[in-house]
Design a protein around this ligand. Structure first.
Ligand code: NAP
Length: 762
């Protein structure tokens, strides 16, 4: 046998008593090998024109017996698998039709042929109709080798097998053929014959045709020896595919002629477009095509698995991760923490709609921005990257988007879906927005309703949930929308629709929400005005591209601000941090507590204020946190609780019930951790009192083992806490830190902490 025996645990078994394989080649031999490896208890026989192949099959332990004459093998067979070349199927079926009158009444017939319509038609010719006990099938697995010597017991594991049963198939026969392939570790699917042939023409037959053609064309040129001498990378892959069995492929192209020709037409049209782009030096068209293609595999895997983008980009860590942090350590140095999520996301959207090229630096590869990036690729925008935080967007102008080939999938990103709803409502083409399972449960009526007021035509699923079907070509008109609930996503959605609306679109918010969209629109030269709680824009303008150095995320910077604020002798500068007024609660609160904090090099990037934040140790004191600062620092409280534990006196937080419905109940999770460290505190419904115990000479609290409950901010807050602990702090369930802040541990160690990561990412 060519490969080690497979694990059989968990594989369903096949209960056939006597299996006959007609054609003991690669596919038939691998079937026998896979069944053997699965612990198959029945007898396997084979029929093949070659006595040598039969003898080899017996020697390899794949079959019990066999021979060259079909008549000798059919008797007693409970299932017959025809595994001969496609054009040999008819003669095998004709022989079987004669012989089967004497065979067991419950014999099941199946095949493995790579095309299905011709085989179904020949079964119908031979038997008068496709017999109900016949289930045609096709394992989507193979290799360039042929013959039983190449049999591989693992060939079908985790591969698809497509069955193409006729409508009047015997359900028992179908079930048994399914069981056969499942026992080999395959995943069994069903499809009708025509669909099978079309799909395979595109995914298998066309690529083989191209490989045969390319290799043959180059092999016939004068300098062919040179070409093959230097063949590398891609061309070698073509030669591997072109090394497939010529007879098999002749049969396939003969049998699946119509479907192959249709897919060849589509391919030739695509090739002609590329040719034209090369001739005309149209580099945007080339980049758009290549980028879309180079991300296609990732995109479609994401879509098929209905996962989030980050999970597919391997950013979603799995397995248990524990941090063990030594007590004490330093907090010194200059740092740049990752880019702001909201700005990364919006830089793609507005860059795509702008005139000209937008170069983005410091881009954070978060769920929202990756989803958006792919969606714009689908709508014809050329986007290079992301590569080490750099993305280049070749803007197409506000009216330049093209209809995507299918629904736009935004993974898990609610922000992307809501913002896109506004943007797509103004397009000339129809579109559909879908997401992963959890996003599909989230309400979208709060954007669909006001968009309808603007004249948009949007259909939602029941309960106002995704998918959203948006009709293109509807004229939008500006409205004044008084938001019933404060939401930055709804506001942004309406402003984006407003770009395409006639007249003015005004949005009033009942409470301040983040204003990244307005600021960035202004940064792209599209004027958005604000007076008090209302902002507005005029439709019909243009955006102009420019470079964007995405500011660092103040929420990520917070952990290092607190690290410096609590550690005697500390001096940390955090570079290029976004200090949007709706986000600076942490700066205000730390300053009120007595922190020595300076904003240096203040500037504006893409409409957003940025600064370097320098923070040096100074003793902190407990304060009553002003209630108006709570919404401006809502994500920063886990870290601020650690600051409070290192202040002199009591820090009192109220009006923060929202903390109970974050990734964890952050009030309780922090209180539990503080209790383990021995920090005195009192929990109330909407906040907490923390009694700090600050003395620069001695640690503020002990160590211990803390459960972060998978909440990244809880994990990072207690990591920082160790700077003033007397003992190790061990924090469980920290895998999610890598998602929101991949370089956190590296930066913590860089400033002089001692963080060890235990456990693995599988
Ligand atoms: P293979 O290795 O060449 O095996 C085919 C076997 O069938 C050979 O041993 C051949 O014997 C035998 N055979 C030919 N005519 C026969 C007849 N009238 N009676 C009994 N045996 C006969 O080819 P394969 O790759 O296994 O392909 C078999 C089938 O699987 C084809 O229909 C193909 O379309 C399908 N398939 C292939 C792949 C792949 O990647 N290879 C993948 C999926 C499906 P001789 O060589 O002695 O003539």
């Amino acid at each position: 046998m060519t490969a080690a025996v497979l694990p059989v645990n968990g594989m369903p078994s096949c209960h056939e008593q006597r299996l006959l394989i007609v054609g003991l080649g690669l596919i038939g031999g691998s079937l026998a090998a896979a069944l053997r490896a699965s612990g198959f208890k029945g007898v396997i026989t084979a029929c093949d024109p070659s006595e040598d192949e039969i003898a080899r099959g017996i020697d390899m332990g794949l079959i019990d017996t066999g021979g060259v004459a079909l008549a000798d093998q059919v008797a007693g067979a409970s299932m017959i698998v025809i595994a001969v070349p496609v054009l040999a199927m008819e003669s095998v079926m004709a022989s079987l039709a004669d012989l089967l009158t004497h065979a067991a009444s419950n014999v099941v017939l199946t095949d493995v042929g790579s095309t299905k319509a011709t085989i179904r038609d020949c079964a119908a010719r031979v038997f008068g109709r496709v017999p109900p006990n016949m289930v045609l099938g096709h394992p989507i697995a193979g290799s360039e080798k042929s013959g039983v010597a190449a049999a591989n017991p693992a060939l079908y594991v985790h591969h698809n097998v497509i069955l193409t049963p006729e409508p009047d198939v015997d359900p028992d026969a179908l079930m048994r053929v399914r069981a056969l392939w499942q026992a080999c570790g395959a995943c069994v699917l069903e499809m009708d014959v025509e669909r099978h042939d079309q799909v395979l023409a595109r995914t298998s037959h066309l690529p083989h045709l191209l490989a045969f053609s390319l290799v043959d064309t180059l092999a016939r040129q004068d300098e062919r020896l040179e070409i093959f001498r230097y063949a590398a990378g891609g061309f070698r892959d073509f030669t591997r595919i072109a090394g497939s069995d010529p007879v098999m492929w002749r049969d396939i192209f003969t049998a699946n002629r119509e479907a192959v020709l249709t897919s060849l037409d589509d391919f030739e049209a695509g090739l002609a477009r590329l040719r034209q782009a090369i001739e005309q030096g149209d580099s945007d068209a080339l980049i758009a095509t290549f980028d879309r293609a180079s991300h296609a595999r990732h995109y479609f895997d994401t879509l098929l698995n209905k996962t989030s983008y980050q999970a597919e980009y391997n950013m979603q860590p799995q397995g248990k991760v524990t941090y063990r942090v030594r007590p004490g350590g330093q907090a010194q140095g200059r740092l740049r923490v990752p880019g702001d999520k909201s700005m990364s996301h919006r830089s793609i959207m507005l860059g795509a709609l702008a005139e000209g090229v937008t170069e983005v630096k410091g881009f954070l590869e978060g769920e929202d921005s990756l989803a958006t990036l792919q969606a714009f690729r689908e709508m014809g925008v050329a986007i290079e990257g992301p590569h080490q935080g750099r993305v280049t967007i070749h803007g197409v102008g506000i009216k330049g988007l093209k209809a995507p080939a299918g629904p736009i999938y935004v993974g898990n990103s609610g922000t992307a879906m809501r913002l896109f709803a506004g943007l797509l409502a103004g397009q000339a083409f129809d579109s559909e927005l879908t997401g992963d399972e959890s996003l599909t449960k989230r309400p979208m009526a709060r954007v669909a309703d006001p968009l309808r007021l603007m004249g948009a035509s949007i259909e939602t699923a029941e309960g106002g949930r995704p998918p959203l079907k948006i009709k293109g070509g509807t004229a939008l008109k500006g409205i004044f929308y008084d938001m019933p609930m404060a939401s930055a996503q709804v506001k942004s959605c309406l402003l984006l629709a407003g770009l395409y609306a006639e007249g003015e679109t005004r949005v009033r918010e009942p409470a301040p929400t983040r204003d990244h969209t307005e600021r960035m629109l202004n940064g792209f030269g599209y004027s958005v005005s604000r007076e008090g709680d209302t902002c507005w824009l005029q439709g019909g303008g243009t955006l102009s591209a420019g470079p964007i150095d995405v500011p660092s995320d103040i929420s990520s910077a917070t952990f290092f601000m607190v690290a410096a604020a609590i550690t005697p002798g500390a001096d940390i500068t955090l570079e290029h941090v976004g200090i949007n007024p709706t986000r600076v609660g942490v700066i205000n609160i730390l300053t009120l507590m007595g922190a020595n904090l300076e904003l240096l090099n203040q500037a504006e990037v893409g409409g957003e204020p940025v600064a370097d934040i320098r923070i040096r140790y100074a003793p902190l004191k407990g304060i009553d946190i002003p209630v108006d600062q709570v919404p401006l620092a809502i994500d920063e409280f886990p870290a601020l609780f650690i600051a409070a534990a290192n202040a002199q006196g009591t820090t009192r937080l109220r009006g923060a019930e929202e903390l109970r419905v974050k990734e964890s109940d952050r009030i309780q999770a922090m209180a539990d951790g503080l209790a383990i460290l021995g920090v005195e505190h009192t929990v109330v419904e909407d906040g907490i009192d923390i009694l700090g115990n600050a003395d620069a000479q001695v640690p503020s609290y002990g160590g211990g083992r803390i459960d972060s409950l998978g909440d990244h901010r809880i994990a990072m807050a207690f990591t920082i806490a160790s700077l003033r602990a007397s003992d190790d702090i061990i924090i469980d369930d920290c895998a999610n830190v890598a998602t929101s802040f991949p370089s956190f541990v590296e930066l913590a160690n860089k400033i002089g902490m001692r963080v060890n990561v235990e456990g693995q990412h599988d």
